[in-house]
Ligand binder design. Sequence first.
Ligand SMILES: Nc1ncnc2c1ncn2[C@@H]1O[C@H](COP(=O)(O)OP(=O)(O)OP(=O)(O)O)[C@@H](O)[C@H]1O
Length: 260
Amino acid sequence: MAEAVAVRPLIETRGVRREFVLDGGERVLALDGVDIEVHDKEFVCLLGPSGCGKSTWLRLVAGLDEPTTGEILYKGEPVKGPGRERGMVFQEYSLLPWRTVAENVALGPEFNGAGKRERREMAMDYLARVGLEKFADAKPHELSGGMRQRAAIARALANDPEVLLMDEPFGALDAHTRVLLQKELLRIWELDRKTVVFVTHSVDEALFLADRIVVMTAHPGHVLEDIRVKFERPRHRSVAGYGEMTERIFALLESGEQEN
Ligand SMILES: Nc1ncnc2c1ncn2[C@@H]1O[C@H](COP(=O)(O)OP(=O)(O)OP(=O)(O)O)[C@@H](O)[C@H]1O
C-alpha cells in the first residue's frame, strides 16, 4: 500500500511576531506567536476584528514587511521580498489614474517585457474574465467602485500569480455589489484554482467564500481557531448547520474580545 505523503503547505508562518514602534516610542504588538499554514489551491479567509493583525500578516506573506521574529515560508523557502507568484489586491483599488483600464491590467506583463499587442490581448482576456471588456479604454475615474475592484482583480490575475493575497478587497463596496463580486471571485477561483488568502471582518463573507476560516483576535494579534468549512458551493444560508456555524464564529469572536 502506498504511504501517505505529507504535502508541504504553500505558505507557512511559524511563531510570527511583529512589533511596531510608534513615533512616540510606544510599542504595538501586532502579531504574536502566529502559526498559519495555507495549502495549494485552498481558499482561506483570515477573519477578525479591526487591529488583530490580519493586514500585517498578509503584508509579511507578500514580502512587503518583515517579522520581528519567526519564519515566513513560501514553498518551504524564506520570503525575502515581493514576488510575482504572490499577487496582492488591496481594499483601495490602487489603479493608476492616468492609465486606461487595459493599461492598468497590462502593468505586470509590461514589466515582464511583453510587447504592445501581446499586452492588449492579455488585458482583454483578463478583463473578459471579470466582465469589463467594454471598459478597456476607460480611465479608472469613469468606473464605479465595484468595477474598479474588478479591474484590480484582473490586474493581479494578469501576473498569473500562484496565490492571490486579498486585503478586504470588497470592504468599501455596497452590499449588493459585494455579493456579486464574491460570486465572481468564486467563479474565477473555480476556473483557475489559484490559492486565495482573503482578509475580512465579515463572518458572512468568510462563510460564503472559505474552505478554511482562520479566526483571529487582537492585543496581541493571534489565532483563536482554524475552522474547516465543508458546506457545498454555491452556498446558501438556509442550508443545515449554516446558522449554527455562524453562531459559533460570532461566539468565538466575542470570547476573543473578552480575552482582551
Ligand atoms: N506600519 C505600522 N506602524 C505602526 N503600527 C502599525 C503599522 N501597521 C499596523 N500597525 C498596528 O498593528 C496592529 C494591527 O494592524 P493591522 O492593520 O494588521 O490589523 P487588521 O486586523 O488588518 O485591521 P483592519 O481590519 O482594521 O485593517 C494595529 O494596532 C495597528 O495600529
